[in-house]
Design a protein around this ligand. Structure first.
Ligand SMILES: *Cc1c(COP(=O)(O)O)cnc(C)c1O
Length: 376
């Protein structure tokens, strides 16, 4: 019996809600379910405005267009992240400035961010790794000091909080993913939170394919036209209906997931105490969503050895992420692997263990026993 790395969550009412879309007959975007999802997300997270997108990649692309970056403008992003965090800003011509991570939680190293700020820094993009929130207060100070905007990549952050603030609702712009590898999903999906009301009109035009159609719906203009740059960023009613069913089950999903996460950590703690591996740490204020179960081995070779040992026992563990600065694209931007030594080292040492709501306690015990056997 294989223990899969991820099994997409199924809440139960997805088909019923999709049937309602068939009954109503509107399959496009920005209809009843999309609006319901947007209102639900705004109420749950405290975000000022929310627009559904086809992915978190799309949400980050909207954010990059909203900021109206010019060639030569610099955007600081961690190298340890998914491609989209950097590519969304690179494709509007910004210069990507990669920063290091802090091996305690694998979030941006804020001292390193401070060192990389220049007069051309226009945006800083914190990634809340594994749903553990970055220090947004300190980041806001750094951003205010240089006149940059913050964009939260909260792709992994639905259901996760920093104190009483939901991830993605704190910075002027925040982005969530509803890809099937995230806690709740609709196959492919995302959303952008616009928390600074001054950015909303521009964001909505970009999201509406560069038109002011939404203003026509609100009676502000008689007919809509092309008013700026934009793209096709929304998602279909079918996916929004699916997502609505998932969001309604979010709190119970998170409770179940946290119970599994806590069992994992309890079983792994003796290995950490013995110095065989390290576990990511967070404070009580970093109220995460049990998104992932990363462990840090003593070297990249050992991480690979443990991964293959688990694979032989039909347990899927994954490495995460291959650093962006030393990727072919990063190299074409002039980076060398040795420019970010901490990212190089710790990305190699990190291994993600299976984490999804279909795991049973026996599965978790089997995974931890296999890790222990690999390290014995
Ligand atoms: C998953 C993920 C994304 C991309 O999300 P999509 O919805 O697949 O586009 C971006 N950033 C991070 C940190 C992610 O984990």
């Amino acid at each position: 019996m294989t223990i899969n790395f991820n099994e997409p969550f199924i809440a139960g009412r997805e088909r019923e809600y999709i049937d309602r879309v068939f009954a109503k007959g509107g399959f496009g975007g920005n209809l009843e379910y999309s609006k319901k999802v947007q209102a639900w997300l705004a109420a749950y997270t405290g975000a000022r405005h929310v627009l559904m997108t086809h992915s978190c990649t799309g949400a980050l692309e909207v954010a990059a267009l909203v900021l109206d970056l010019k060639p030569g403008d610099e955007v600081i992003v961690p190298s340890f992240t998914f491609v989209a965090t950097a590519s969304a800003f690179a494709r509007v011509g910004a210069k990507i400035v990669f920063c290091e991570i802090d091996p305690v939680d694998f979030n941006m190293d804020l001292d390193d961010v401070a060192r990389r700020i220049t007069p051309r820094t226009k945006a800083i993009v914190p990634v809340h790794y594994a749903g553990v929130g970055c220090d947004m207060a300190r980041l806001q100070e750094l951003a205010d000091g240089c006149g940059a905007r913050l964009v939260e990549d909260a792709a992994q952050g639905i259901g996760a909080w920093l104190g009483d603030r939901h991830l993605g609702s704190i910075a002027p712009l925040g982005c969530w993913s509803f890809h099937e590898t995230k806690n709740v999903h609709c196959g492919l999906g995302g959303a952008i939170a616009i928390n600074d009301p001054a950015l909303f009109q521009r964001a909505e035009i970009i999201w509406e394919r560069g038109t002011n159609r939404q203003m026509m719906y609100r009676g502000l203009v008689d007919k809509y036209s092309w008013v700026g740059l934009g793209g096709s960023f929304y998602t279909s009613e079918l996916l929004s209906a699916f997502l609505m069913a998932q969001l309604e089950a979010l709190d119970s999903h998170l409770r179940d997931r946290m119970a599994l996460w806590l069992r994992y950590r309890e079983r792994l703690q003796p290995l950490a105490d013995a110095g065989r591996l390290a576990l990511l740490q967070h404070s009580a204020a970093q109220r995460h969503n049990a998104h992932a179960l990363p462990i840090v081995l003593q070297s990249a070779d050992e991480s690979e050895r443990v991964r293959l040992f688990l694979k032989d026992r039909d347990i899927q563990a994954h490495i995460h992420y291959v650093p962006l600065h030393s990727s072919p694209m990063g190299k074409s931007m002039g980076y060398r692997a040795e420019d970010l030594p901490i990212t190089e080292e710790f990305s190699g040492r990190l291994l993600r263990l299976p984490m999804h709501n279909n795991l049973g306690e026996a599965d978790i015990d089997a995974v931890v026993d296999a890790v222990a056997a690999a390290l014995a």
